[in-house]
Design a protein around this ligand. Structure first.
Ligand code: FMN
Length: 342
């Protein structure tokens, strides 16, 4: 499949994380079947807040605490890592940049430096804005920033979204800025757990609970023409399939690889390739049926091409043969098919 203008060898992308912060890790991702690699985020900004990285795993997920300087690579380091990764791995290498301002200058400096180093595309990481929406002119500043970066770079850019921007707003902003690719979904900022004395005040939480949020963002972005690199809570081929059915082009993984090793790329890709069409249906069957609203139908035909049960074209008000997978409704951009609990 094609993503960011490149023909990829598989569906799985190595997400930006410690698994992509050194040359040996990048090579391990590539050797174990990642189809593209998003490098650990980098910045020309330094805060001098060096802290150790602390992690903690419990039944809720993977808690992590770290300072900006410890977490975010200096730009020079990312430049070298980009050059070496491009030379030594034959797959798209996507450095990730982050800045602490909505003014374009620093972002452009970072992007242009990494573009010159041979980057295939650039991810724009907005994770360090904890409270984006409290700025009244956030929408217009964000749109101008994205437009400015896009105008001044030759390679594709891919903003990374976290839940600090609600899905509908995020898709509106990216469409308004003419963005073609999106990276979903960054981890979630949380206060420290009440029963832990080990960790600081503000933490990131990663875990399989994120998957349903990832689905919702994927579903919302799939209504636009933006191509999606979806992730967050993905641990299995069933998850990959679910996101692809919802409209993602590729799927990114971090925590599953950090916890269970680089071989997870090949294993999940292999499981995904061997999933039978029946497995696809089982993942999302519920007691619901597709209802058709002909007045909204534009006759684009996409639902007919993809419908598993081949009944969409026979839908009247509802259809007894419908298996309730919801694929047709998620594909329909004009609101002509809705899933109703029966
Ligand atoms: C320890 C750790 C560090 C991370 N650092 C970054 C980062 O620098 N830049 C970024 O865009 N995402 C970063 N992420 C977020 C992941 O790329 C991913 O969006 C998130 O973990 C959700 O996916 P997952 O459930 O597969 O882990 C990090 C994740 C982890 C676990």
């Amino acid at each position: 499949m094609k993503f960011l203008g490149y023909e990829l060898t598989g569906h799985l992308v190595a997400a930006s994380s410690p698994a992509t912060e050194s040359l040996s890790n990048v090579k391990a991702c590539a050797a174990n079947g990642a189809a593209a690699i998003i490098l650990k985020s980098a910045s020309s900004t330094r805060l001098h807040d060096e802290k150790t990285r602390r992690c903690y795993i419990d039944e809720h997920g993977f808690w992590a605490e770290s300072g900006f300087d410890r977490e975010i690579m200096p730009l020079e380091q990312a430049l070298l890592l980009t050059k070496q990764s491009v030379e030594q791995c034959n797959i798209p290498i996507i450095p990730s940049v982050t800045e602490l301002t909505l003014e374009p200058d620093k972002w452009l400096e970072d992007c242009q430096t990494l573009e010159k180093a041979g980057a295939s595309a650039i991810q724009l990481d907005f994770f360090y804005f904890h409270n984006l929406l409290c700025d009244n002119s956030f929408n217009s500043k964000f749109i101008s920033l994205l437009k400015e970066i896009k105008r001044n770079t030759m390679i594709p850019i891919m903003p990374k979204i976290s839940i600090s921007i609600p899905a509908e707003l995020a898709s509106y902003l990216l469409v308004s800025a003419g963005i073609e690719y999106v990276s979903l979904l960054d981890s979630i900022h949380v206060p420290k757990p009440y029963n832990s004395y080990l960790l600081g005040e503000s933490l990131s939480l990663f875990g399989s609970f994120m998957f349903q949020i990832t689905r919702q963002y994927t579903y919302v972005f799939a209504k636009t023409d933006i191509k999606i690199c979806a992730g967050g809570g993905v641990t299995s081929a069933t998850h990959v399939q679910d996101l692809i059915l919802l409209g993602a082009s590729v799927v990114q993984i971090a925590t599953e690889v950090l916890l269970n090793g680089f071989s997870r790329f090949n294993q999940i890709e292999k499981d995904f390739a061997t999933m039978a069409p029946e497995d696809m249906r089982i993942t999302s069957i519920r007691k619901r049926k597709a209802f058709f609203y002909p007045e909204n139908c534009t006759n684009c035909g996409k639902c007919r091409e993809q419908c598993f049960c081949s009944v969409v074209h026979e839908l009247e008000e509802t259809n007894e043969k419908c298996e309730g997978c919801g694929l047709c409704a998620s594909i329909c951009k004009s609101g002509a098919i809705k899933m109703i609990e029966t």
